[in-house]
Design a protein around this ligand. Structure first.
Ligand SMILES: *[C@@H]1O[C@H](CO)[C@@H](O)[C@H](O)[C@H]1NC(C)=O
Ligand SMILES: *[C@@H]1O[C@H](CO)[C@@H](O)[C@H](O)[C@H]1NC(C)=O
Ligand SMILES: *[C@@H]1O[C@H](CO)[C@@H](O)[C@H](O)[C@H]1NC(C)=O
Ligand SMILES: [Zn+2]
Length: 306
């Protein structure tokens, strides 16, 4: 009898473990034997391959790349209805209409498929990419596939089949009114597998003005969740999107499948393994040009007495 009970127990434990074959570090506890980031590779070998994401971007080591001109967006302003879903790891929104991004040395046109977020706990550190070691409170990923593919599955088979635009968030004093409807809708997807339709949102409303998107970083990487497929051209924007503390904290009300708070949904940064990060022509260049000019002028000034 005891053996029967314990085997039933064991089976049910195994069942809850296999309900998700991977989890974030915060979900790894004595009771839950889910596989945290350092074990993802056991079921998904690519998670320990050579061009993994996210990474820490060391700005001093980035390479200025004049080909990284402003990106060209199309359909980003169009309002659409998308399905917001709690998928047990994040909240995702499907993008049903044609919205594309190209230019900026992307070498193809990419179509938006879905977007989702990574966040901390009540506005604490939660981005996936970090800049000079700084972790922002949240990060938005707009996932695109090369336009000549018809499914994300197929696009993931090509080395640059997928392009992800990454945006950081920063805490602002006042709330960001453009996010009101979206954050309100989070209440309807508190539990795993909940979904709801959000009406009349547009991608451009969620991100920055075009003038604030000219500074970005570019590198070749992967999906940041299993199967960690190395098919992603990453664009990470320097300027963050402002949200108030309350707005950032609203994401912490969501729940993982076992009803614990969905917080700290980020993968730790991965080794660069010889990769370089390129940066668009930016204020950094302008600043060094100004310094050069000041140098030349003062050198001229010094040589005048002769
Ligand atoms: C949304 O949830 C309903 C059940 O409430 C389910 O029937 C439907 O398949 C779900 N849709 C998606 C896209 O997950
Ligand atoms: C960039 O964002 C700031 C703050 O939101 C805004 O004041 C400024 O006008 C924007 N700049 C451009 C070029 O869009
Ligand atoms: C990404 O990979 C492509 C193809 O190998 C290469 O041409 C490109 O320079 C790489 N981009 C960066 C930023 O390293
Ligand atoms: Zn992501």
């Amino acid at each position: 009898m005891l053996a029967l009970i314990s085997s039933v127990l064991l089976a049910s434990i195994l069942k809850t473990c296999t309900s998700a074959d991977w989890c974030y570090q915060i979900q790894v506890t004595c009771e839950s034997h889910c596989k945290g980031p350092d074990l993802w590779h056991e079921a998904h070998r690519e998670c320990m391959s050579h061009r993994q994401s996210p990474i820490n971007i060391v700005t001093k080591k980035t390479r200025l790349d004049p080909r990284l001109t402003p990106l060209e967006f199309s359909g980003y302003q169009e309002a659409f209805s998308g399905i917001l879903k709690n998928n047990g790891h994040s909240v995702t929104v499907s993008v049903p209409h044609m919205a594309t991004v190209g230019g900026g040395d992307l070498r193809a046109t990419y179509k938006a498929v879905q977007f989702h977020f990574h966040w901390g706990e009540n506005g604490g550190p939660g981005s996936e990419h970090t800049i000079d070691g700084e972790q922002y409170p949240m990060e938005l990923h707009i996932v695109h596939m090369r336009q000549d593919f018809s499914t994300l599955q197929d696009a993931l088979k090509a080395p640059s089949g997928v392009a992800v635009l990454g945006f950081f968030y920063e805490e602002s004093r006042s709330s960001n009114r453009k996010y009101d409807g979206f954050i309100e809708a989070l209440n309807k997807v508190e539990h795993t597998n909940d979904n709801t339709t959000i009406r009349s949102i547009s991608l451009s409303n969620l991100i920055l003005s075009e003038g604030n998107m000219t500074k970005y970083y570019r590198y070749n990487g992967s999906l940041t969740t299993p199967p960690c497929t190395e098919a992603v051209v990453w664009t990470v924007f320097e300027n963050p999107i402002p949200l108030s503390k309350d707005q950032l904290s609203a994401f912490s009300n969501l729940k993982f499948h076992n009803n614990t708070p969905m917080v700290k949904t980020f993968r730790p940064v991965q080794p660069h393994k010889g990769r370089f990060v390129h940066r668009s022509g930016s204020a950094v260049l302008l600043a060094s040009f100004t310094l050069l000019l000041v140098g030349v002028i003062s050198a001229l000034g010094l040589s005048q007495p002769n």
